[in-house]
Ligand binder design. Sequence first.
Ligand SMILES: [Zn+2]
Length: 379
Amino acid sequence: MSFPEEPLDLPPHQGGGYYPAAIHQRIHNGKYEIIRKLGYGPLSSTWLVLHESQNKLIYSALKIFTVAASEEAKETELPILKAMSDLRSFDLGLPIFRGSFWKQSNAGTHLCIVMNVMATSARALQREADHSRLPVHVVQTLVYAAANALAGLHKEKVMHGGIDADCIYLGMNMQTKHLKSMLDSEPQPTTVDVNGFTTVLSQPLSTEDKWNDKQKDVVDWDVQVGNLGHAQRRIYTPEKGHNYSFAPETLLERATCSPKTDIWMLGCLTYTLLTNTELFDGLGPTTHRIATMHAVLEDEVPNSWLSDGNMKEYTDAASDDFTSIEAGLALALHKDDVGPAVAFVKSCLRLDPQERLTAHECMDHGWLSMADACSCQFC
Ligand SMILES: [Zn+2]
């Protein structure tokens, strides 16, 4: 049987090396009590903890990195998180740093970071929606918040690098009394034994916000942007094995990335939240994929790319088998909403990174600022 949660049964060099935390375990000299498992990703697991802060009991998220990811996270994610937190990043909806420490397990040493708690992800919200497509006004609110967070990061020369439906969250009422009664009303954490290992099943927190809330409520949502695991500051080098929503500059032999790569990812995310389809895939040689982008986006390939090693024998001729942005959005949206959404997505998805909107320009873009003009069936 394959492991139902993070692979506690694998050693670090095979993608394991997770910390095997247990419910009600007290960690870091008893300071943090583990209450629930919120979830896990390829590099870490995240737990809801209860602890004292300024003479009050509060809930926080405890992110425990795998042994293999801990050193890297110490050099990149941790300093970026601290720096952004010092800048009152709660105004930007970015994670708030509350402490860090190291913890030993049989597998090795784990970096642990304490942060504020984030609840429902945009991905979870999307899964609940009809056809997994979110209404226009919901997408506008989520994308606006993401652009706002990116504006704050980019001002500090930080590239987020992981803008997708898993990094955008809805906040919730974190008042200790309120959250405690909510947790008490839900099923208690479940553990499962597999191959001699005991794992706790993930229980993400969910907000009362719903995908089909009306626009007047959605505009008040507390939207946050987390997951700084792919963030880089000042010097940007594409991470091996990370796809950046296939941003074309990352596909070249002389691959690059930058804060403008975030804008590409934001454009792809917007399209995906509206249509529940991915605009581009990772298939075929670079020349073929960039020719498809050229056709889908109706945008010219920068001349300087034509001498790149991965662009030998490039021609603009794409196969006929592609869906234009207009056609894709027309399938999902009311006809009155198609044009403005197309304009926004295309302005994010320019092949030449320099031509893409800045994060501030995204926030000022007509499609996001004229949020009244939603023709979805809910408004
Ligand atoms: Zn609407």
